[in-house]
Design a protein around this ligand. Sequence first.
Ligand code: NIG
Ligand code: FE
Length: 408
Amino acid sequence: MDRLFINLNLVTMQTSLSNPSDGYQVINNAMIGVTNGIIEYVGPACSDVFHGHPDVIDCGHALVTPGLIDCHTHLIFAGNRANEFELRLKGVPYEEIAKQGGGILSTVYATREATEDELYHLAVQRLEGLKRDGVTTVEIKSGYGLTLDDEIKMLNVAKRIATLPDMKVSTTLLAAHALPPEYHNRSDDYITLICDTMIPTVAEKKLADHIDVFCEGIGFSIEQCQRVFHAALKHGLGIKGHTEQLSNLGGSALAASMGANSVDHIEYLDEDGVKSLAQHNTVATLLPGAFYFLRETQLPPITLLRKHSVPMAISTDFNPGTSPIASLRVIMNMACTLFKLTPEESLRGVTCNAASALGLQHSRGKIDVGMEADFALWQLNSPAELSYRLGVPDLIARVVDGVLFHEN
Ligand code: NIG
Ligand code: FE
């Protein structure tokens, strides 16, 4: 054993979803032993587990949770859309701005102009907000390039972020985010480009773990999303979708039936859709930041998700148009206040269920023997406080692969 963290008030998130009444099961005066970045012991303080000559790190009774996982972000882009924010506040709807060539496309123009270095520095600054909230794994999507080279440019930036010692990155190709202007009135041709060129190239270069789509009136149709999913699966990539955000097209059920790890947004999902998530073990990722920022009123079907035991993840959806919010704890609070999740569901949503949304449930999202040693140390008394208070720098440190990273 090479490192031993002692004096922890530990929340492992090992309790099962099927028995939510388990509660947090905080273990006071606990220890975690780590060997080569993997957890070897977790449980009550116990001298028997001392073997070898581990570094002993006294955590002074900090509350310890799994490192938080932000499982849906658009962290990489240039420019901003404060002008559209002002327009929307004057009453112009998000979909109307998109139809007039603003929205996602305005970020596409800015991102195409930017170099990899510029995009990297912008993203790393945004990442600081997530780190302050205890995030140790972040998912990052492309989707503001929409040409082969510009999508690869974005994914290269994500891979460069993945080399940081204190952050793990899961990458997603979201070429089917919006129709690029060059393909005006030829959306099927653009889908062909995605399926026949972008996905094979990105798979060959190992630049993406998942393929994502925006299945929506202002995005792509069910048939087009199905083609993209087929191509992704053929090349061994995972699938996920932006589905049922603004209307109910059936994208969630399609994605689930094809084996998606998650479907995201889902404000307009109906009970049949919820049932198909349950049937196919697909995670429902809720994005309260976008709901809040777009001043939506259609709530996601939380009661139905609970009724059918669908695991719920929550995420920032950090992006310039619908959720410029680089704080996962603000999102945890919104999940409780806007969607009425319990603080326990909210914590599950950024740990074990967020790991499942990325297909990483066997290595991250819980503190357990054999899992990667990623955790967050908090100056808090109870786990509910994570969702409760905003803006206080409660994080003491993050541990990534057993290595301690102190916050400033
Ligand atoms: O998750 N729904 C589509 N994509 C993003 C918004 C992207 C943008 O407006 O730039 C989302 O909300
Ligand atoms: Fe998104």
